[in-house]
Design a protein around this ligand. Sequence first.
Ligand code: B12
Length: 132
Amino acid sequence: MGKKAVRILMTRFGEGHEDALLKLSRAFSEAGFEVIYTTMHDPDAIVTAALQESVDHIGVTTLPGARIEDFAKLFELLAKKDLSHIQVSAGGFLEEDDIPRIKEMGVVEFFPKGTTFAELIEWSKQHIKHTD
Ligand code: B12
């Protein structure tokens, strides 16, 4: 009681596939997280939203066809705005070789297609924490 919910910004790289974003947002919300949902997909806009909303975590879906450069830009902007404490997780569809690359950049975990919502929520409850 009285404990502030952990805030997650749910977003995407690329256009379309809003349904997945909505389903994910709903699952996180039902699991007790406070979800800020945005369909913006530009790293600049995402970092601005993360700052304004004081989020603890950013979840990115790559289903719409994310580019590896988007992740590089996201981490560059987070560092520039002193927001490197915000962790980033991602999931969806990505070339196998790109998964270790985004993890090197700073993505804490990547959830490929086939991950169940139960697995996702279990991981999130253990790993997504308050940053303040
Ligand atoms: C539904 C769907 C559509 C619908 C979208 C409807 C809508 N309004 O959202 C429609 C038919 C419109 C569509 C269109 C297109 N689609 Co489509 N679509 C799909 C489909 C069948 C399901 C996606 C979905 O909603 N999944 C529901 C989510 C919740 O489940 P999930 O994918 O299993 O995700 C799990 C994990 O990956 C993980 N996860 C996913 N994201 C995230 C994010 C975070 C933060 C976390 C923690 C976890 C996580 O959690 C989920 C649960 O465990 C997939 C194929 C498939 N079977 O997956 C293709 C797919 C995503 N589409 C694809 C493509 C190519 C397209 C089109 C470009 C096709 C075309 N040539 O026109 C267009 C693009 C449209 C656009 N730009 O607007 C490709 C994407 C390839 C890529 N990214 O490089 C896919 C993979 C199909 C394929 N195998 O080629 N599509």
